[in-house]
Design a protein around this ligand. Structure first.
Ligand code: OGA
Ligand code: MN
Length: 281
């Protein structure tokens, strides 16, 4: 019998987990493996009203893999990064407006780090309006291609950049801003990611800049069309947050975005990231 009680939230992505409490999640060794398995099957797991505290959240993430400490220093607990547009709570808040566009985390790392394996968000404060988080399966995005498309896209490569994702929300950057974006190296990834588990997914989202060897407009039109198909309303799980909710997603197999919310909103999510161990290839 599985250690977890799981109810699917849509046909392609997302499931709710019931019957666990924060103590068991951070202390029970077997639950880590069960959560990873459920995550692989469902892309997103929702724990409504879990009320996990920051330290237990980091301990739980340690059961799923290695916790990312590269953004430490924004919160008193190591391993916690506050996701908020409020500069008083996070000095790098302005970058986070790019979360309003569909994306996969970690496609434009500073070095050659692999995309994160899993990300946990817990709601400390929610927005009065907007601020839901939406998810769509990038495995399903591949699966719904026609046979002919699967054939055609097999060898395509796409350049991803921080500039591409930031430009969507800040179309007129100052020279300083632009220089900071461009200091981040660009990364070339295959459009189709063949995973260790044998499944395939599409690597899409805000960081995609252009398709290698294709006219700029043609390539961008293709990327836009594929993203639209992957994220059509019937393929999306939209999480309406309540304080105390925890959501975890498999960053390798889902696209995600935040529905826009007021920059003055008190919305604050505490995030912990589990480092990836699988390159995009
Ligand atoms: C993230 C992210 C979305 C949200 O933390 O990577 O995209 O709803 N967050 O805050
Ligand atoms: Mn993100």
């Amino acid at each position: 019998m599985s250690l977890l009680t799981i109810n699917k939230l849509t046909s392609s992505v997302g499931a709710e987990v019931t019957g666990v409490d924060p103590e068991r999640l951070s202390a029970d060794e077997g639950l880590g493996a069960a959560v990873l398995e459920a995550l692989e099957d469902n892309g997103v797991l929702v724990f409504r009203g879990l009320g996990i505290d920051p330290r237990s959240q980091v301990a739980f993430c340690g059961r799923l893999g290695s916790v990312d400490h590269s953004s430490d220093g924004h919160h008193e607990v190591a391993g916690i990064y506050p996701v908020t547009l409020n500069h008083a709570k996070n000095s790098s808040a302005s970058y986070l407006r790019a979360t309003f566009d569909w994306h996969i985390d970690g496609c434009t790392p500073t070095g050659d780090e692999y995309p994160q394996k899993a990300t946990v968000l817990s709601a400390v404060q929610v927005a009065e309006r907007g601020g839901e988080t939406e998810f769509a399966s990038s495995y399903a995005a591949y699966d719904l291609l026609t046979g002919d498309e699967k054939e055609r896209f097999r060898g395509l490569r796409v350049v991803h950049s921080l500039e591409a994702s930031q430009r969507r929300v800040t179309p007129d950057p100052s020279p300083d801003e632009l220089a900071r974006w461009r200091a981040r190296p660009t990364h070339e990834h295959p459009l189709v990611w063949t995973h260790r588990n044998g499944r395939r997914s599409l690597v899409l989202g805000a960081s995609t800049d252009y398709v290698v060897g294709m006219g700029l407009d043609e390539g961008r039109a293709l990327l836009d069309e594929l993203l639209q198909r992957a994220t059509s309303a019937d393929r999306v799980y939209r999480h309406h947050w309540s304080v105390g909710d925890t959501v975890i997603w498999d960053n390798r197999g889902v696209l995600h975005r935040a529905a826009p919310y007021d920059p003055d909103s008190p919305r604050e999510m505490l995030r912990t990231t589990v480092l990836g161990d699988e390159p995009i290839r």
